[in-house]
Design a protein around this ligand. Structure first.
Ligand SMILES: C[C@H]1O[C@H](OP(=O)(O)OP(=O)(O)OC[C@H]2O[C@@H](n3cnc4c(=O)[nH]c(N)nc43)[C@H](O)[C@@H]2O)[C@@H](O)[C@@H](O)C1=O
Length: 378
């Protein structure tokens, strides 16, 4: 008798017999398209999941084990797996540092499309934990590509498509506008790792004929952005200052310029890349660039505040090497994918501020009732 390995009960994974993968997806005959997403708990993972569910996909997400739940961004679409007909998003424990888990879930889920969005994605933090960043971002992508290659070779499922989340950080110090033809000059361990992942993806496409695409996405933000990225750090502070929970905001270099778009728009471009006849690489950007200071002016000004009265420059937020100016040339995505951003800079800033003012109001209720400290944000 074969040994049964129980997996997490929490996310409804099925027990699997060693050596025999048991698909947890809908049987093939009646089947929807199946997507596998790494990084499903992140900003992009949550928007992509909503987008694919809307398109009728079954979505499987790989999540890292953590002592705290980290599923806040997808809780609103999570349906208990015991409700089998309705639960079209399924979560499984795996890790980009654990090659065997990647291969096992590919064999089990039998996806049509694989989106590699997982990363240690904070540029400044990558200077503090460079080995880990490279292990997840660069070697993690290689592990997943290799798992896809060996899965295809063993199963013959050669129609499988792979999306690699590339980054405008790869251009680093190369001046704008940056297109697919612009040379990379990475300026952080994170960016250098993304360059490696980019070339692994190109190599697996050329060497093994895998349908593998690189999306070179410029900064993309939303109310779901992590709070230690500069846009969300600013809009969180604006909300809290407006409501009276905070007075100061500590920031680093205000002169860096970024091409900021809306994450909800960018996930459509990821999907479009995988619907083309031929695998290729694409820049995804708004083609407009603004400094951090311009973001401050817009965000504080929108709620009638003067940013100069609140912002304090703190050297700790400067990076050993900075990326000064990013502005994408997305003409290829516009022409081939017929993609263009729907949300502009001003609308994006206002959307984020509106949400964060509401969030601050809810915090204020808890603070006033004594359930929460009105402590300063990091
Ligand atoms: C495309 C790319 O986009 C993101 O990387 P990022 O551009 O480094 O994003 P950020 O929001 O951390 O910094 C933007 C700029 O803002 C400056 N800045 C000033 N003061 C603070 C500050 O206090 N905190 C932060 N975080 N930045 C600050 C900082 O020096 C930099 O010049 C990631 O999603 C990454 O994964 C990715 O792929």
């Amino acid at each position: 008798m074969k040994k049964v390995v129980p997996k997490s009960e929490l996310f409804g994974s099925e027990p699997t017999e060693i050596g025999k993968a048991v698909p947890t997806c809908t049987p093939r005959e009646s089947r929807r398209k199946i997507a596998l997403i790494t990084g499903i708990t992140g900003q992009d993972g949550s928007y992509l999941t909503e987008f694919l569910l809307e398109k009728g996909y079954e979505v499987h997400g790989l999540i890292r084990r953590s002592s705290n739940f980290n599923t806040q961004r997808i809780n609103h679409i999570y349906i208990d797996p015991h409700n089998a007909n309705k639960a079209l998003m399924k979560l499984h424990y795996a890790d980009l540092t654990d090659a065997s888990s990647l291969r096992r879930w590919l064999d089990t889920i039998l996806p049509d499309e694989v989106y590699n969005l997982a990363a240690q994605s904070h540029v400044a933090v990558s200077f503090e934990i460079p080995d880990y960043t490279a292990d997840v971002v660069a070697t993690g992508a290689l592990r997943l590509l290799e798992a896809v290659r060996s899965h295809v070779s063993a199963s013959g499922r050669s129609h499988i498509k792979y999306y690699q989340a590339g980054s405008s950080e790869m251009f680093g110090s190369t001046p704008p506008p940056q297109s697919e033809a612009t040379p990379f000059h990475p300026r952080s361990p994170y960016a250098a790792s993304k360059v490696a992942a980019h070339w692994y993806t190109v190599n697996y496409r050329e060497a093994y004929g895998i349908f593998a695409c690189n999306g070179i996405l410029f900064n993309h933000e939303s109310p779901r952005r992590g709070e230690n990225f500069v846009t969300r750090k600013i809009t969180r502070a604006v909300g809290r200052i407006k409501i009276g929970l905070q007075s100061k905001l500590f920031l680093g270099n205000l002169q860096a310029s970024r091409d900021w778009g809306f994450a909800g728009d960018y996930v459509e471009a990821m999907w479009l890349m995988l619907q083309q006849e031929k695998a290729d690489d694409y820049v995804v950007a708004t083609e407009e660039s603004h400094t951090v200071e311009e973001f401050l002016v817009m965000a504080f000004g929108y709620v009638g505040l003067d940013w100069r009265e609140h912002v304090v420059i703190d050297k700790r937020y400067f990076r050993p090497t900075e990326v000064d100016n990013l502005k994408g040339d997305a003409s290829k995505a516009r022409e081939v994918l017929k993609w263009k951003p729907k949300v502009g800079f001003e609308e994006l800033v206002k959307m984020m501020v509106d949400e964060d003012v509401e969030l601050a109001k809810r915090e204020k209720v808890l603070v006033d009732a004594g359930y929460m400290d009105a402590h300063q944000q990091p």
